[in-house]
Design a protein around this ligand. Structure first.
Ligand code: UD1
Length: 366
């Protein structure tokens, strides 16, 4: 069985790492299973910086991609078109049997379409989740990818139900857990205290970590400014470490926000970022993946979105939906400072063994 594994943007890398590790482990162990799956790692180049891509490969021990499509930046359509053109050329020259995509980024959707139109099978890791917010590019990517997926590996019972409601056959849905959490649990003992810890004299549970990059929050200057102003007020002087996504950096440059306790830094490596999260008083974010990590690390998390495709981080975990209206921030901050935040539990099958279940299932598929 020939398998292409696709990765394109930052949140993909921690999801493919444990699958590749497991494929390597299995092929080194068992004579009869060796070479049953020949995989090829394709990096689309959607994210290309050392800070957004290279450092994740280094820290998570992901092998050099076999192919880099080097599509770079662009509008949604430009990136999609470039990925499709270049991946199609590759598949026409060197076809595969199955294509495994993860998550919900542009690369996920673009490569699935190409593969399916050339008659190859599509496997979607993290299939079936929905925010029901069609204004998000990621939601469109999820819907399109799932519509042409042959095998779904899912992270939650809700994802399974979503897929069943859409009419997908039960036999295509495999509830395996969360590969992002495999990476988190595997690397927890290797987290690295970043140099900014000493630079800003951070104290255990004495600071916030913040990330913002969703167009709904960062593309509108006035809104971004009032959101950050409210957050700064709510933190009551505690340091806020804010690793700034390149998209957000461009806008912050224009509005020029400053506050004594707001420390804007470059995007951090995986091991440094999660060290900060693990020891934080709380996290403020508009990312989906981070809410899964804070759930497992049991760190309070405020999500600056009106919806989430990962509701289990709220019903089971430590996450709360604050919304995108700056006025909503204060009451959640109050709850946090009063020590009334929920402690949360860990969702079923988020146990570090998801990649093992996926690879085992892939071997049975052959
Ligand atoms: C993408 C994903 C999003 C994910 C996010 C994580 C889609 C639709 N969105 O959004 O789901 O949460 O990545 O980061 O796929 N840039 C750099 N260096 C890089 C990559 C990008 O400077 O290595 C710049 C680009 O030039 C662009 C901006 O960052 O101006 C945004 O990048 P883009 O890939 O368009 O989307 P993200 O907002 O990162």
């Amino acid at each position: 069985m020939k398998l292409d594994i696709i990765a394109g943007a930052r949140p993909n890398f921690m999801k493919i790492a444990p699958i590749i590790d497991e494929l390597e482990r299995v092929s080194s162990l068992s004579e009869d299973r060796r070479n049953k799956i020949q995989y090829r790692l394709i990096h689309t180049g959607q994210h290309y910086d050392k800070k957004m891509s290279g450092s994740f490969f280094d820290q998570l021990g992901i092998p050099e991609p076999d192919v880099n499509l080097e599509v770079g930046s662009g509008t949604q359509a430009e990136q999609t078109a470039r990925i499709m053109e270049r991946y199609e050329q590759l598949l026409l020259k060197e076809p595969t049997d199955w294509v495994l995509v993860v998550g919900d980024v542009t690369s996920t959707m673009a490569c699935s379409i190409v593969a399916k139109k050339l008659g190859m099978g599509v496997i979607h890791v993290e299939g079936g989740i929905r925010s029901n917010d069609i204004t998000m590019p990621e939601e469109i990517n999820r819907m399109v990818t799932d519509a042409i997926t042959d095998i779904f590996y899912t992270t939650s019972e809700i994802a399974n139900k979503n897929l069943q409601k859409l009419g997908h056959d039960e036999s295509k849905i495999r509830y395996v857990g969360n590969t992002m959490i495999d990476t988190l649990l595997k690397n927890m003992s290797r987290f690295i205290k970043p140099t900014i810890w000493d630079d800003h004299q951070l104290k255990e549970k004495g600071y916030f970590v913040m990330t913002l990059h969703r167009p709904a929050n960062v593309d509108e200057e006035v809104k971004l400014k009032s959101l950050i102003d409210e957050i700064v007020k709510g933190t009551r002087g505690m340091p806020i470490i804010f690793p700034v996504h390149p998209r957000t950096a461009k806008i912050l440059k224009i509005i020029g926000i400053e506050a004594e306790n707001l420390h804007m830094v470059e995007p951090l490596g995986y091991l440094e970022f999660n060290y900060l999260v693990q020891h934080a008083f709380a996290v403020i974010t508009d990312s989906g993946g981070i809410t899964e990590e804070t759930t497992v690390l049991k760190v309070p998390c405020m999500t600056l979105r009106d919806n989430t495709e990962r509701p289990e981080t709220i019903t089971i975990g430590t996450n709360e939906l604050v919304g995108t209206n700056p006025k909503n921030v204060a009451p959640f901050m109050e709850k946090l400072h009063q020590g009334k935040w929920k402690t949360g539990d860990i969702p079923y099958l988020w146990d570090g063994k998801t990649a093992e279940r996926i690879v085992n299932d892939l071997l049975n598929l052959i």
